[in-house]
Design a binder for this molecule. Structure first.
Ligand code: RIB
Length: 301
């Protein structure tokens, strides 16, 4: 079974339901507040594990009640947690998420212990990373750590799957040789300085030496650009309740599909299905589907 290592953030999500996302200077009344397990790293690890992936996580929590709860969530979802450490000086990361009646969201992350997932911690767990087949990364941990992990993976021929969220510019040298990048439209525009159409920008990332560029387009599906093709994949139709973690479901699912030997286009369709189910349910980790559910919708498409 192929090995997937996720290096990334673990957050407690404080979710506030609002009638609409407030604009600058506007006050709105919330309909309520809930706590959910989240963090793009942990979400992607759990997404992949629920779909049958062999998943290891390298992450950092605060030594507090949120930290213990989130650690247990990973364990309960069969994610291997030997490389998840507790930081005694920084609290567990938190994300403050507004979800509107339309299911759209805004997210503000207080990094906490995620900001202390440093190169030294990666070095302590190189034995876990070195024989990975896929390494999934996002950008809620220090950039220096991300660059170190990418460099390490390239040397070991590990396929890097980078979800550049929140978007941060990386050098051309770092991007060259990455197996897959999955920005959403906003992240793509930031990475490419808003320099053309979605297709133009995706092609410009591919030209930098990234083998596969997949732009996730929310309700409009996704677009793949690689050496062989430029192809649009429509979204599957699900009622939109909460779009939080849809991108994470997509990243986890596409990696599991590939790790099982699906060709890339089939893996994208599989991931589209997982993301669709996720938007139809509330919360981040709470909304991620298991394999049985994805397979049942996937076979009906
Ligand atoms: O992608 C959704 C996630 O982004 C949330 O769970 C939140 O924690 C932030 O990391």
């Amino acid at each position: 079974m192929k090995k997937i290592v996720v290096v990334g953030s673990i957050n407690m999500d404080v979710v506030i339901r609002v009638p609409h996302i407030p604009t600058i200077g506007e006050t709105v009344l919330a309909k309520g507040q809930q706590l959910y397990g989240g963090g793009k790293g942990a979400n992607q690890a759990i997404a992949a594990s629920r779909l049958g992936g062999n998943v290891y996580m390298i992450g950092r929590l605060g030594d507090d009640a949120y930290g213990k709860k989130l650690y247990n969530e990973l364990v309960n979802n069969n994610v291997k947690v030997k490389a998840v450490e507790y930081d005694t000086n920084f609290p567990t990361g938190t994300a403050y998420i507004c979800v509107s009646d339309k299911g759209d969201n805004t997210i503000v992350v207080n990094q906490g212990a995620n900001g202390r997932l440093d190169i030294e911690q990666i070095k302590r767990y190189e034995c876990i990373l070195q024989d990975a087949d896929y390494c999934i990364l996002q950008m809620e941990i220090p950039i220096s750590t991300i660059e170190y992990v990418i460099d390490f993976c390239k040397k070991k021929n590990i396929k890097v799957i980078l979800n550049p969220a929140p978007a941060h510019l990386l050098s051309d040298e770092t991007l060259e040789g990455i197996y897959m990048i999955l920005p959403n439209e906003t992240e793509l525009a930031i990475l490419c300085n808003n320099s053309g159409t979605i297709e133009d920008m995706a092609k410009s990332l591919h030209k930098k030496g990234i083998e596969n560029v997949i732009v996730t387009l929310g309700g409009n599906g996704s677009m793949l650009v690689n050496e062989k093709t430029t192809k649009h994949f429509p979204a599957m139709s699900f009622p939109v309740v909460d779009t939080t973690a849809a991108g994470d479901a997509f990243v986890g699912a596409v990696t599991v599909g590939l790790s099982e030997g699906m060709d890339l286009e089939k893996a994208i369709e599989f991931a589209t299905c997982a993301a669709g189910i996720t938007v139809s349910r509330e919360g981040a980790q709470a909304s991620l589907p298991d394999r049985k559910m994805v397979d049942s919708y996937f076979s009906m498409r």
